[in-house]
Design a protein around this ligand. Structure first.
Ligand SMILES: [Zn+2]
Length: 279
């Protein structure tokens, strides 16, 4: 459905309210944009609360980020939006925010990349973590560049989240799903137990994407880290946990990491170690 400029202005104002009311941004944080046509993008301006905008606060810019019209100034985070529109012809709208749980993962240096929830795998494959880049500089776009083609939602290290979709509401819903999934992931980490889907289950879900979301949907190929599946998570920990319970592993391993180990496995490990020494 093609939307008029007036409709898109109203939708951006509404999505701004949703983002603010749900606590995904504080103060002037975040920005929202939509494609008007092949030459122009409608965007939220800088230094404005996204929950308190009116339709005439928005600015129109070209694909180089130059302002075409609007009384307010252009946001310094526009480059991230421009990159996404250039690399993803299917993206009609972009939402950037700092939802606290997902941003917490980004600040902990952890991707939301575990195959924990089937619908999240279906929707995103996984939500990768882009390297840190100073906001408002080309560093940020460079960090996003390798991920934009394959993923619809990206965590930005020590910063926040960006999502995009075929219209404003779907770009926003992706943001909502990312934050919801971050909360679920956090609960599994608090419980100290995660049961990940298998490679076969993940492949089945990824093969359904085009049917669910249309032929233009980018194919997400499962790789070693996106999403992390049962077989991948068990690498190096296979003998450490039984009955489907596995240690909670972050994106990296630290010396302080805690493992569960059954008595039987522990005895076998000790026996192995002693035997190794005796040799
Ligand atoms: Zn930001």
């Amino acid at each position: 459905m093609i939307r008029t400029e007036d409709e898109l202005r109203k939708e951006i104002v509404e999505v701004g309210r949703w983002v603010y009311e749900r606590g995904y941004v504080a103060g002037y944080d975040g920005n929202i944009s939509a494609r008007l046509d092949n030459h122009r993008i409608l965007s939220t301006p800088t230094t404005i609360c996204k929950g308190m905008m009116t339709a005439d606060d928005l600015v129109i810019v070209d694909y180089e980020g130059k302002k075409i019209s609007g009384r307010r100034n252009v946001t310094s985070e526009l480059a991230m939006h421009l990159l996404i529109y250039k690399r993803r012809s299917d993206a009609q709208a972009v939402v950037h925010a700092h939802p606290p749980t997902a941003t917490g993962y980004a600040a902990a240096g952890m991707a939301l990349n575990k195959a924990l929830i089937s619908e999240v795998v279906l929707n995103f494959g996984c939500i990768p973590l882009a390297a840190y880049g100073t906001p408002g500089t080309p560093e940020l776009s460079e960090a996003l560049l390798p991920l934009v083609g394959s993923y619809d939602a990206i965590l930005m290290a020590n910063h926040g989240v960006v999502t995009y979709g075929p219209d404003l509401s779907r770009a926003f819903f992706k943001m909502e799903t990312v934050e919801h999934f971050a909360k679920i992931s956090l609960v599994t980490e608090l419980l100290g137990r995660q049961v990940l889907l298998s490679d076969a289950e993940v492949d089945k879900l990824l093969s359904l994407r085009a049917g669910y979301f249309g032929p233009g949907t980018p194919a997400v190929q499962r790789n070693a880290i996106c999403p992390v599946t049962e077989s991948v998570a068990s690498v190096g920990t296979a003998s450490l946990a039984g009955n489907g319970a596995r240690p909670v592993a972050g994106s990296g391993y630290s010396l302080n990491e805690r493992f569960w180990v059954s008595r039987e496995d522990l005895e076998a490990m000790v026996a192995d170690a002693i035997e190794g020494k005796a040799k």
